[in-house]
Design a protein around this ligand. Structure first.
Ligand code: RBF
Length: 157
């Protein structure tokens, strides 16, 4: 099956000189930290310097919007990546958190000049998260890193 961890590196602009912020939720850290590591690894592989990757932790996915807003206000970055993982439970929290976070990240993209990348896994089961965090569907962190580089370089594409 095709997934974006399987990308053609030659289509990605050089990331040298770019600065990228990552906001990561600590809820479901087994998955979010795996995405964080993949994101960092892929950013580095494309030429971003270690010192130009800034990571901030927030408690859960719902805090990603504020975390990204904070980073956009206080740090000079070329893109911000939001990483979280919501897994459906017995109550409707799943819908509220996913919807609120998605809406908030969308608004940041509409209101600001710096692209915000959507690395929120919205899974029905832990198995679905597993598959997207280094499992059979690759690692969504890779995809976030590539999206960030492409969006930060949008004028050059
Ligand atoms: N945060 C996540 O990132 N993933 C989850 O699966 C998740 N499940 C939650 C379930 C419930 C019932 C509640 C109340 C919160 C959950 N959160 C989850 C945390 C949420 O994103 C946020 O950190 C807290 O609600 C505090 O604002």
């Amino acid at each position: 099956m095709h997934h974006l961890s399987d990308y053609d590196a030659s289509t990605v602009p050089s990331a040298e000189g770019l600065s990228v912020g990552i906001v990561v939720a600590d809820w479901n850290d087994r998955y979010t930290y795996s995405m964080l590591e993949a994101t960092k690894r892929t950013l580095l592989a494309h030429g971003i310097h270690e010192n130009d990757i800034l990571v901030k932790h927030v408690p859960g996915s719902f805090e990603l919007v504020y975390g990204c807003k904070w980073m956009l206000t206080h740090n000079s970055v070329d893109a911000v990546i939001a990483i979280g993982c919501v897994i459906r439970g017995d109550t409707p929290h799943f819908d509220y958190i996913c919807q609120g976070t998605t809406q908030g990240l969308t608004e940041l993209n509409l209101q600001g000049d710096i692209p915000v990348i959507y690395g929120l896994l919205t899974c029905n089961t832990a198995e679905q998260a597993e598959a997207r965090c280094g499992g059979v569907l690759g690692n969504k962190g890779d995809e976030c890193a590539i999206a960030a580089i492409k969006m930060a370089s949008i004028g050059k594409l």
